[in-house]
Design a protein around this ligand. Structure first.
Ligand SMILES: Cc1cc2nc3c(=O)[nH]c(=O)nc-3n(C[C@H](O)[C@H](O)[C@H](O)COP(=O)(O)O)c2cc1C
Length: 186
């Protein structure tokens, strides 16, 4: 049994997503840590576009996502940058899990954001918007270390495995920081 249980969500639904691939790298490196950090990647493909009518009969599978977040020691959110903000899939996930009003699992939750892009700004603007929404929901958003990945295509092999050594080191550093943040709450 892992000592640290994390859940992770990718804001990209496409099969070859670099953001999802990054989360798989976090999961692999977390499992290899001496303290065993388990990273469960949650599926959000099934969520329709949110509207407030769903609140009256909130679906069980969306509730399942909220329950997983509530039970987790920390949450990893990987967002692509779409038109200088987070992807619509990530925003939709945030909106779904924020409702019905008063039932959001985010207050006090440790959240680490990251993102991967082929562009040069490394999802900085997307993550800034994501952090803004999370702060509004009272999450314990980690300000450091920051995790911006550019030049996606050069950092993974054809099967989507992370090959870039600097990024692997950065992931280890991020996992250690998340672990320290969790330890401080225990
Ligand atoms: C609709 C759309 C808008 C995009 N806008 C940006 C952008 O604002 N900044 C950026 O760096 N890349 C942008 N990109 C490129 C994405 O960063 C790139 O496709 C990335 O690989 C998407 O993440 P994924 O691999 O996890 O799907 C955009 C891509 C799409 C499809």
């Amino acid at each position: 049994m892992a000592n640290y249980n994390l859940v992770a969500v990718s804001g990209s639904l496409r099969k070859g997503s670099f953001d999802t691939a990054l989360l798989h790298a976090f999961a692999a490196q977390g499992a290899a840590m001496p303290e065993s950090m388990n990273v469960e990647i949650l599926d959000i493909d099934f969520l329709p576009v949110y509207n407030q009518d769903f609140d009256a009969n909130y679906p069980a599978d969306a509730q399942g996502l909220k329950d997983k977040i509530k039970a987790a020691d920390a949450v990893l959110l990987a967002t692509p940058e779409y038109n200088r903000t987070m992807s619509s899939a990530m925003k939709n996930f945030i909106d779904w899990t924020s409702r019905p009003y008063g039932t959001a699992p985010w207050s006090g939750k440790i959240v680490f954001t990251l993102g991967a892009t082929g562009g040069v700004v490394g999802t900085a603007l997307a993550q800034a918007d994501l952090k803004k929404s999370l702060l509004f929901l009272d999450a314990a958003v980690m300000g450091q270390p920051e995790f911006y990945m550019s030049g996606n295509a050069q950092k993974f092999d054809a099967e989507g495995n992370l090959t870039d050594e600097d990024t692997k080191k950065h992931i280890d550093g991020a996992l250690a920081a998340i672990k320290a943040r969790i330890d401080a709450t225990r």
